[in-house]
Design a protein around this ligand. Structure first.
Ligand SMILES: O=C(O)C(=O)C[C@@H](O)[C@H](O)[C@H](O)COP(=O)(O)O
Ligand SMILES: [Zn+2]
Length: 393
């Protein structure tokens, strides 16, 4: 897609969205996401976790899917609160970690549900990106699909994976290689849940937030630059603001291109090389957000060398990633990588067209383009830059 068209679409969408589908009352923000099947609400409200029960129906059966970390923290408590209200609610869990977001765990979860739910039942996915992606995929395939409610508990899931309906698991072919597009009936985001999240998980989610900021433009970038200390100190009002900003931006994109035939590809900024890092190093060695941060640095290096991105913008992005304690080189994580192996995985990327590697590059802040013109040599140079920590010259 031509770069001028993408920039123009983004500008128009941003102006419409300001007036569009966001309502605010009593510290509660509701952003409605339109989709081809039906609209769904994304509700952002502090300390709403314990009020979730009020939104459930005693006539239905519920089942919570969470991982082994979230179960003792919130899973058991939510199940107890629901059953205390005389609503039927079971809970199943799986071992935490992206390494378990696979077909085996997917199948185990189906076995555990077996015939405990009917077609009127609702699954509640409670957790981070892995839980939302895999739990939503289980709901979408159980008896050919039942409804599900997403309650994200990590920053990454709140700002990114719970919105837009991408569900699925990783396979030997690659990251998210098997899955569906399907939307939840609702997404409930309680920013106060982040206060108990381990700091490294929070930092990991900041990579997707920073990705949104540099895709979206100056206003969001400046907000993140001006509020580093407050955000890292977990100021709830700042966290709510950034969640709302990111969700609005993502909704604006996915509403235009639900199934990623064009514009939505820009949300993969940093992911082409990021996914290849996860695939080659192993999902338990490098968290998704960390891989995306390094992938952003690699994509920017490519854009810089292609004459698209200025050195000032390149350094500004590096600086913001580092201020939020994200890695920009593989060595920042004490890891090493193999450029040829990484390059091989780029050919399995879902964005590719006609065997051509597609990269999301910035030609300025808030100006993403979908690029297919980079050469193998240029891509390998960008990979080498982030894995060998080369200097800019
Ligand atoms: O929602 C999207 O579209 C994205 O690309 C968001 C990404 O941050 C997210 O990691 C997504 O799961 C990647 O999707 P994939 O289709 O490239 O596997
Ligand atoms: Zn991502």
């Amino acid at each position: 897609m031509c770069e001028q068209i993408i920039s123009a679409i983004l500008r128009t969408l941003k102006s419409i969205l300001r007036l569009g589908d966001t309502t605010m009352d009593n510290n509660k923000t509701t952003i409605t996401c339109q989709s081809s099947s039906r609209p769904y609400a994304i509700v952002i409200q502090e300390n709403c976790f314990h009020q979730i029960v009020k939104q459930l129906s005693p006539a239905q059966k519920y089942l919570i899917i969470c991982d082994s970390n979230v179960k003792p923290l919130w899973g058991d408590k939510l199940q107890l609160a629901i059953t205390k209200a005389n609503i039927s609610c079971a809970l199943i869990s799986f071992p935490a970690g992206e390494a378990n977001k696979n077909l085996q765990t997917f199948s185990d979860l189906h076995e555990q549900i077996a015939l405990r739910l009917d077609r009127q039942s609702t699954i509640i996915t409670l957790g981070g990106g892995v839980t939302g992606d895999m739990g939503g995929f289980v709901a979408s395939t159980y008896m050919r699909g039942i409804s599900f409610l997403q309650i994200p508990t990590s920053l990454l899931a709140m700002v990114d994976s719970s919105v837009g309906g991408k569900l699925g698991v990783d396979t030997s072919i690659g990251k998210n290689a098997v899955g569906v597009f399907n939307n939840p009936i609702k997404v409930l985001i309680d920013p106060s849940l982040l206060l108990t999240l381990p700091k490294n998980y929070f930092i990991d989610g900041m990579a997707e937030v920073i990705k949104h900021a540099f895709l979206s433009g100056e206003e969001y970038i400046t907000f993140l630059e001006d509020n580093v200390a407050g955000i890292l100190a977990m100021d709830l009002s700042l966290l709510s603001t950034l969640i709302i900003q990111s969700v609005q931006f993502k909704v604006m994109i996915v509403e235009q291109d639900e199934k990623e035939s064009g514009l939505r590809k820009i949300l993969n900024y940093g992911h082409t090389i990021g996914h290849a890092l996860e695939e080659t190093l192993g999902y338990s060695s490098i968290p998704h957000g960390n891989a995306v941060a390094i992938g952003i640095n690699a994509a920017n290096y490519l854009a810089l060398k292609c004459g698209l991105l200025s050195e000032a913008a390149f350094l500004r992005i590096q600086n913001l990633l580092q201020q939020y304690h994200l890695p920009i080189f593989l060595s920042d994580l004490g890891l090493t990588g193999d450029a040829d192996q990484l390059f091989h995985f780029l050919h399995n990327d879902k964005k590719n067209q006609d065997d051509q590697v597609v990269m999301i590059l910035l030609e300025g802040l808030g100006k993403p383009i979908i690029s297919t013109t980079q050469t193998t040599l240029q891509i390998k140079e960008a990979i080498n830059y982030v894995i060998k920590n080369r200097s800019l010259s």
